[in-house]
Design a protein around this ligand. Sequence first.
Ligand SMILES: Cc1cc2nc3c(=O)[nH]c(=O)nc-3n(C[C@H](O)[C@H](O)[C@H](O)COP(=O)(O)OP(=O)(O)OC[C@H]3O[C@@H](n4cnc5c(N)ncnc54)[C@H](O)[C@@H]3O)c2cc1C
Length: 371
Amino acid sequence: MAGPGGLTPDYGNSTSRPLIEGTVLEFCRRLPNVTFLERTEVSALRATGEGRRTCTGVEVRSRDDRQTRTLEADLVVDASGAHSKSGEWLQQLGLAVPEDEVVEGYSGYSSRWFVTDQAWPSDWWWKVLFLRLATPEQPYFIGFFPIENQCWLLSYIGVNKSYPPRDESDFTLALERLATPAVHQMVQHMKSISPVYSSRATRNRWRHYERWRTPLGGFIAIADAACSFNPRFGQGMSAATVSARVLKECLDRYSIADPRLPRAFFAAQAHFQRTPWLIAAADDLRLPMSEGNRSLSIRLFNWYRPQLVSCPDRRVGARLGQVTQFLRPISSLFAPQIVSRVLVASTSRRIKAILRKPASPGVATMPPEAE
Ligand SMILES: Cc1cc2nc3c(=O)[nH]c(=O)nc-3n(C[C@H](O)[C@H](O)[C@H](O)COP(=O)(O)OP(=O)(O)OC[C@H]3O[C@@H](n4cnc5c(N)ncnc54)[C@H](O)[C@@H]3O)c2cc1C
């Protein structure tokens, strides 16, 4: 339900990144078979065998004394995120790297933390604020979420090369100029407790390990290290979680040292990642400044998506929700029973719009002649 000023009453739990990561870390520390190496980073892959086709471990470097050492492993999992250096490390081993696909939406984030101890005004009917515009005319997206400890996190995401201000006073000024006064009013109701944090590292990047002709035995790349998405779609953490489940399912079938494991995992992971990829990359490619391959499937999906989103049929809405929650693959949006409902709804909307069109005023009647 859309409310006044384009506001939508969305409900859910939002938390800060430090709380999510701290909680996950706390759980992981309880796992008896996990060892943490603090202040240590991976600096290279180690490989052996004919043509160095088998990964045998990693080189790690201490951040304190810069000393390096080798950690041997039956399976190396690159989970180092969107800025993974595996491509460089594979090249250092003289190996071919997987094909890279990039969709650059030229978006930027500016976020700021606020705190409030004031009562919520009774006429503020919303609990969280999303402005999902991101069009060439209104090239921004706003999320204003309540998080832990009476804090709120405001993220201003500019798209289509309309980057949000990094400077505090320009940031506040930009909030005053939004399509709704609500954001600015909320900010005035609160106290800022952080500087403005900015990031422009938002491109979608898919390292196609599933098409890699010469995979390195004993090595896989998971989650963002294989495929990362523009964060404005808020799907990276869920996608990473699904990738972890895919790995577990593969490990249920193949042993860690099984040479079939990397290929099986990359294929299964890519099959899943196609859904978040299309959601994010196709939407970025709607915007004229974005760069990337506007393939036939992307163009088709971008034609179909607005019809899907505006379709009033409950079954279509439910299917769309299942796809965005990763419960079904994106191909399920093209099932005949969904496509037919979408087409019927969009055709009937068009017919209604034609019938509603006001009749042509025709030739204006002549004013009565003055006597
Ligand atoms: C600004 C921004 C906002 C986002 N907002 C959301 C959101 O609202 N919702 C959502 O679902 N997703 C969001 N994301 C995306 C989400 O953060 C990622 O998709 C997700 O964290 C990916 O998980 P990962 O485990 O693959 O990688 P990461 O979470 O990036 O973890 C990689 C880890 O590897 C470590 N590392 C890197 N290199 C090395 C090395 N050489 N040696 C050792 N360690 C290394 C890093 O320090 C890091 O701890 C956002 C991303 C950004 C940038």
